[in-house]
Design a protein around this ligand. Structure first.
Ligand code: FAD
Length: 398
């Protein structure tokens, strides 16, 4: 990959840098920060406004085609934006599942009408999206999903349950996978629907996580009617369309999260500078220094691996199974970073927000606990290793 910027790309970098300097909200303090990609509940409204402002400045959906409301640029420009966001420690956008997954999938498979209707409102954050894939008995083995969609005239009637559905409690739309053919082999009878979350018969029940936040939900469908025009990518073609979304998800997680990893690492270095360990400032302690240096190296490797993955996209291809490597790097790097944050704090690591002795109002405790989910969400670490083994390295199936 050639990292030399064209004059237009340099101009974009300067424009982003200046805009971020002038527009970065002053109330973006530790209270709202999180190193996860899914925003914390108290930050929703703030991040909705932030995404709107970024969109109006032309900085959301850089790679999306102009007719879908994007800027028609390449992943090179997206990388420049990511770099500047990391340098400025800028907040992420709220509509993360739409920008990272639903939008690119609609652009790839949607009808002209679908491409005009949905992506622009994703970018402006007028409509929030969630992902209805996982079910109580279908997570890693997604093709076993049992939510049914039965044809009734021009509609399909949906019955069943999804679980772990992030942001469903504030979502307007869902990317829904449902079984439309019970006779076909399990990968072949699935259809991808664009479901209006306000449809009668949809019930959302929040689930609390170890952090105390309720980021995700159970979603129940009781005779929910969805018009056939809401199918994305054709009847019984949901497995292929759904996998494309997952590839984009891993790409977004791997590539987009390098920004969050770098911001978290800068924060960790600040924490180490402010903390005494064995009688010296933690940054002077040899073992801590080595661990920080290793994390810095890993963060750089993560960044350049992301650059390698986008070479494929620059050639106009869809992201492939190698995006799983980026996802793994994020997970391992981020979990180690959070563990080091606990080690640096020593006994104070046990104190959450609310204690007068808690460090940074318990921010690191929250992000440490949240980071445990990184190796589950977006496909578990074991599944990513299987994908890399079988589909990248060509090893026999385990
Ligand atoms: C914070 C968070 C947010 C999420 N958000 C969403 C969302 O918005 N939408 C959505 O649809 N889902 C979401 N999920 C669900 C997530 O995708 C699933 O939890 C994940 O795919 C694992 O599925 P499972 O929980 O059913 O575990 P299982 O599939 O039952 O796995 C249990 C264990 O067995 C291992 N395992 C399973 N199969 C294999 C195999 N073939 N080889 C080796 N090991 C294996 C797994 O790695 C895991 O350790 C979210 C999860 C989390 C934690």
């Amino acid at each position: 990959m050639d990292f030399t910027l064209t004059s237009e790309q340099q101009a974009l970098r300067d424009r982003v840098r200046t805009w971020l300097k002038q527009n970065l909200p002053t109330d973006w303090g530790t209270r709202l920060r999180s190193t996860s990609d899914i925003p914390r509940p108290e930050a929703y409204e703030f991040m909705r406004q932030w995404q709107r402002r970024m969109y109006e400045a032309g900085f959301v959906g850089l790679t999306w085609p102009r007719e879908a409301g994007g800027q028609g640029l390449t992943f090179m420009e997206e990388m420049i934006l990511a770099e500047e966001m990391a340098l400025a420690k800028a907040p992420p956008v709220l509509n993360i599942l739409a920008i990272g997954m639903a939008g690119p999938t609609i652009v790839a498979y949607g009808t002209e009408e679908q491409k005009r209707r949905y992506p622009p409102k994703m970018l402006s954050c007028e409509e929030i999206w969630c992902q209805g894939y996982s079910e109580p008995n279908a997570g890693s083995d997604l093709a076993s999903l049992q939510t049914r969609a039965v044809k009734d005239g021009e509609h399909y009637v949906i019955n069943g349950q999804k679980v772990w559905t992030s942001l469903a409690h504030i979502a307007d739309w869902m990317m829904l996978l449902a079984r439309t053919d019970t006779e076909a082999p399990k990968h072949k009878g699935i259809t991808y629907f664009l479901l209006d979350m306000k449809s009668p018969g949809v019930t959302v029940k929040p689930l609390k996580q170890i952090t105390g936040d309720a980021e995700f939900n159970e979603v129940y469908f009781d005779n929910v009617r969805v018009h056939e025009a809401q199918i994305l990518g054709g009847l019984n073609n949901g497995w292929q369309v759904g996998l494309t979304t997952l590839m984009f998800e891993r790409l977004a997680l791997g590539f987009g999260l390098q920004v969050r990893l770098r911001i978290a690492l800068d924060g960790l270095v600040d924490l180490a500078r402010q903390t005494k360990k064995n009688g010296v400032v933690a940054t002077q302690e040899p073992v801590i220094r080595q661990k920080l240096a290793q994390l810095w190296i890993d963060t750089e490797v993560f960044k350049y691996t992301g650059a390698r993955a986008i070479t494929k996209l620059l050639k106009g291809e869809l992201p492939g199974p190698e995006a799983s490597a980026g996802k793994l790097m994020w997970v391992e790097g981020h979990q180690r970073l959070q563990e080091l944050a606990m080690e640096i704090q020593g006994p104070y690591a046990q104190l959450m927000k609310g204690s007068e002795w808690a460090v940074a109002e318990g921010l690191w405790q929250h992000t440490f606990l949240r980071s445990r989910a990184n190796s589950i969400e977006g496909g578990t670490t074991e599944i990513q290793r299987n994908i890399i083994g079988e589909r990248v390295l060509g090893l026999p199936k385990g």
